[in-house]
Design a protein around this ligand. Structure first.
Ligand code: FAD
Length: 502
């Protein structure tokens, strides 16, 4: 006998809620019952979260989203990586580019050959061999592989978009596919007496919404997962001490840089996210080391366009929900945990959470093995991203403020200590299963932050030195040549995906 399909209730209509609604409605059509999303206009959304990483393209492609339409409707620009200014030391800058750096030769990572040339006096930057970094520095962009010479892989890229317009875009998508939206403020969460599973939420005014499975996308408050089910939270503030952010939009200034900028400041860092209609800015900081007023003054003094609003304060505790799936509730987005947006990973974590939920689809008879696997993978994913973010803080030469002095001394997670030691001694990146950030990402941040390997893979010594020198010079020249011939990012947008002014 076929099981009666489950009714899903999504609590929250921010980026997480509408991403979940769109993905479930599309991927599970016919396999689930009704999907109902509840959101409160009065409470609203967090309203930030505008820089992404390349895997978002998998989601767009799964949903069958037309890229140009998406870019226009969300006032998006393209992102080839992140520029880190003043992170290693004041005045220093490097790029963490998306996509490959060079190419493996005879199975040996490219950076080992680069390391060998360094020993022979070569002064090139590792990012001179990353197409995304070369294009980013020149402000160039292209999508179509047909506009690149044969054999050159397409540029790896993601998007910057307006968070409100993105949620709106996904809402239209989900509603067209049958998702029911209910506006209202949830004031009660009802649990079954027998086992504590959630059976309904009740809105102001008395309306009751029942469901079989609940997705908690209610933001930092974690209405179901924490306030009701008390799933627990692992606090990582000792590794990532920033606990507040001030966000402010400003007028857009030309040219539109095809990358996010992160500038380290005395008590944290400032983001700059260029969109077509405005630039998003924010200062992520550690409140024990700076007052809100001082942080606001720093942020406002470092905008490159006229501010379009007053700065908005957001408070957070970095860490993860101990059980992201508890009983018949999965938490997604800010309800599942928070890591600062230094590597733009939160929206990605929503995406992987939804995909994991779809692949371990809940059933009526509640399968503990599926729950355990979901939670195991969520924990692993969070910890791997955490280590990557902590690396930026720890591997710094800065000692000009209390925050940076604290970061240079702080104890690290064992997993990261091993990674840093292995890279420093051997130039090797310790990789773990299913890790989001691939070797080139770790290499660019290690080197960018000043973790220089003492040695390189001896297999890189096999080809004659002159051959290696020639090969690397060719790669560099070719990338420069290709980038020079591309449209600028502004030209690309004007020609292919200019959004209507708003
Ligand atoms: P929210 O946007 O807070 O939505 C919560 C929803 O729940 C709302 O619709 C609200 O109305 C509803 N709700 C809550 N309580 C009730 C109730 N009682 N009744 C009914 N409805 C209710 N991520 C990135 O990937 N890239 C970035 O660049 C980035 N930058 C960030 C910068 C900052 C400072 C912060 C704090 C986060 C950033 N993030 C970033 C994270 C990103 O903003 C979030 O992952 C994303 O917006 C998802 O938020 P959400 O949907 O979980 O929560």
């Amino acid at each position: 006998m076929t099981e009666q399909p489950l009714k899903f209730v999504i609590v929250g209509g921010g980026t997480a809620g509408w991403m979940a609604a769109a993905a479930l409605a599309h991927a599970l059509k016919g396999r689930v019952g009704e999907i109902e999303l509840v959101e409160s206009d009065e409470i609203g959304t967090v309203g930030v979260g505008e820089a992404t990483i390349p895997p978002i393209q998998f989601l767009n492609s799964l949903l069958g989203i037309d890229e140009i339409d998406f870019v226009k409707k969300t006032q998006a620009t393209f992102k080839l990586g992140i520029e880190f200014r003043d992170w290693r030391r004041l005045g220093h800058s490097y790029i963490h580019p998306f996509g490959p750096i060079g190419m493996a030769i005879e199975g040996v990572g490219f950076h080992h050959y680069w390391g060998r040339l360094r020993r022979h006096g070569d002064t090139s930057d590792i990012c001179d061999y990353a197409m995304s970094a070369v294009a980013a520095r020149k402000g160039k962009f292209v999508i179509a592989p047909s506009e690149l010479p044969p054999g050159v892989p397409p540029l790896a890229y993601a998007y910057h978009f307006d968070a409100g317009l993105y949620a709106r875009f996904l809402r239209d998508y989900a509603e067209k596919r049958g998702v029911r939206r209910t506006e209202g403020k949830i004031v009660e969460v009802k649990q079954r007496q027998s086992d504590g599973f959630i059976e309904a939420v009740e809105l102001e005014g008395g309306k009751r919404i029942e469901g079989d499975f609940f997705i908690d996308c209610s933001g930092f408050r974690g209405l179901l997962i924490e306030q009701t089910l008390k799933s627990g939270y692992e606090d990582w503030t000792h590794w990532l001490p920033c606990d507040r952010a001030l966000a402010v939009p400003c007028e857009s200034v030309a040219p539109l840089t095809p990358y996010t900028r992160s500038t380290a400041r005395t008590a944290g860092w400032q983001w700059r996210i260029p969109l077509q209609h405005r630039t998003g800015n924010g200062y992520v900081y550690s409140s024990p080391f700076i007052s809100d007023d001082e942080a606001a003054a720093t942020l406002m003094a470092n905008l490159d366009g006229a501010p379009r609003a007053e700065p908005r304060l957001l408070r957070f505790v970095t860490g993860r929900r101990k059980q992201a799936w508890n009983k018949n509730v999965v938490a997604l987005g800010l309800a599942s945990g928070f890591m600062e947006p230094l590597e733009s990973t939160s929206i990605h974590l929503i995406q992987t959470g939804v995909m994991r939920l779809i692949s371990l689809l809940p059933t009526r008879n509640h399968d503990p093995a599926a729950v355990e696997e979901y939670n195991r993978l969520s924990k692993l994913e969070y910890e791997q991203i955490r280590d990557f973010i902590v690396l930026h803080y720890r591997a710094t030469e800065r000692d000009d403020s209390e925050l940076w002095r604290y970061c240079r001394r702080m104890a690290l997670p064992d997993s990261l200590t091993h990674k840093i030691e292995l890279f420093r001694e051997r130039g090797k990146v310790a990789r773990f299963d299913d890790q989001l950030f691939a070797e080139p990402s770790w290499v660019s941040v290690f080197l960018g932050q000043g973790v220089e390997p003492r040695d390189y893979d001896r297999l890189a010594d096999v080809p004659p030195l002159a051959d290696v020198q020639r090969a690397l010079a060719n790669v560099r020249d070719k990338m420069n040549h290709i980038a020079d011939r591309l449209l600028t990012h502004d030209e690309f947008i004007a020609r292919h995906c200019k959004a209507d002014p708003i």
